[in-house]
Design a protein. Structure first.
Length: 266
C-alpha cells in the first residue's frame, strides 16, 4: 500500500538508531505490532486493546507483547514510556481529546504520534454497492436508524452518503494544539477495494482491502447491535450482501483513502 507500515521517520529516532519503545493502541489483529517488531528488533513493541489479538505465542517475536486495556479509560503505562505511539483505524472512537492527551503523556519529548484512518470508499464508475451505502449510513448514525432518528438525513448536501470517517479531523486536532504537537504531517494514499486494478500490486492490495472492508464493518457490529438497537439479523444481512457485492470488483472499481497523520511531541 505505502511500502511501509508508517509514513513518519521512525528510523531517524534516537540519532538514527531507530525507536526503542513502540506502542500500538487499539492494536486489533496485532499484525502491525508483529511487523514493527521484526523491522526494529532492538525495540520493545507493545499492543494494547480491549481484547486479545488471537495470535499464537510462537508467532510473536520476543520483543513484542500484548496487554489488555480500554484506552478510553487511560493508557496503562507511565509518563514518557515510548518514543512512538500509533492509533490506527479506530473510527468508532470519535471523541479523542482525552486520548490525545494520554498519548502525549506516555510519549517522550521528541517522540512521534502516528494516526491512521480510512475514508469511506468511492467508486470510479459512479456507482457503489447498495449494501455499502446501507453499511455506511448505519455506522454514520451509530446504528440509530429507528424511532426518533428514522427521518434523519442519509445523504449530505452533495448527495453522498453520510460519512462515519473521522480522517479529516485528525490533522486539525493536532495542529490546533501547538503546545502539545509540532511538525504535523499528513499523507493520503488511495487503495483499490476488490480485484479490478490492471497491475499486480494493485490487484493484491485490492484483494486484501476487500477482506479488510468486511472486517471493518464486522468491527462496528457490536455497537450497531448493542448501542444502535439494530437486530443481529439486520446487521448480518448487510455485511453478507456487502461481501457478495464486493466480489465483482470491476463493476464498482472502488477505492478508499488511507489518511496518515504524524507529529512530534512538543
Amino acid at each position: 500500500m505505502t511500502g511501509s507500515n508508517y509514513t513518519a521517520p521512525l528510523p531517524r529516532l534516537n540519532s538514527g538508531k531507530g525507536p526503542k519503545d513502540i506502542l500500538d493502541i487499539a492494536s486489533g489483529s496485532g499484525l502491525w505490532v508483529i511487523e514493527l517488531a521484526h523491522e526494529f528488533p532492538q525495540a520493545r513493541v507493545i499492543g494494547v486493546d480491549i481484547s486479545s489479538p488471537g495470535i499464537s505465542n510462537h508467532d510473536i517475536p520476543g520483543n513484542a507483547s500484548f496487554v489488555s486495556g480500554d484506552i478510553t479509560e487511560g493508557i496503562p503505562f507511565g509518563d514518557s514510556s515510548f518514543d512512538v505511539v500509533q492509533m490506527r483505524i479506530v473510527p468508532s472512537i470519535t471523541e479523542r481529546t482525552s486520548i490525545y492527551q494520554e498519548i502525549h503523556r506516555v510519549l517522550r519529548p521528541g517522540g512521534i504520534i502516528q494516526l491512521v484512518e480510512l475514508s469511506p470508499p468511492i467508486s470510479r464508475t459512479g456507482k457503489r454497492p447498495p449494501a455499502l451505502d446501507e453499511a455506511d449510513q448505519a455506522v454514520a448514525r451509530g446504528g440509530y436508524m429507528h424511532d426518533e432518528d428514522k427521518d434523519k438525513a442519509l445523504f449530505d448536501s452533495d448527495g453522498k452518503p453520510v460519512s462515519w470517517s473521522i480522517a479529516s479531523q485528525m490533522a486539525p486536532s493536532l495542529r490546533n494544539n501547538p503546545l502539545m504537537w509540532t511538525n504535523v504531517n499528513q499523507k493520503k494514499i488511495g487503495v483499490p477495494i476488490g480485484v479490478w486494478a490492471t497491475d499486480k500490486v494493485g490487484q493484491e492490495a485490492g484483494q486484501l482491502m476487500q477482506h479488510q472492508t468486511i472486517e471493518l464493518f464486522n468491527g462496528f457490529r457490536p455497537n450497531l447491535i448493542d448501542i444502535g438497537r439494530m437486530d443481529e439479523s439486520e446487521v448480518d444481512d448487510i455485511i453478507l450482501r456487502l461481501a457478495k457485492e464486493l466480489e465483482d470488483g470491476s463493476k464498482w472499481q472502488l477505492e478508499t483513502l488511507y489518511d496518515f497523520v504524524w507529529a512530534v511531541r512538543a
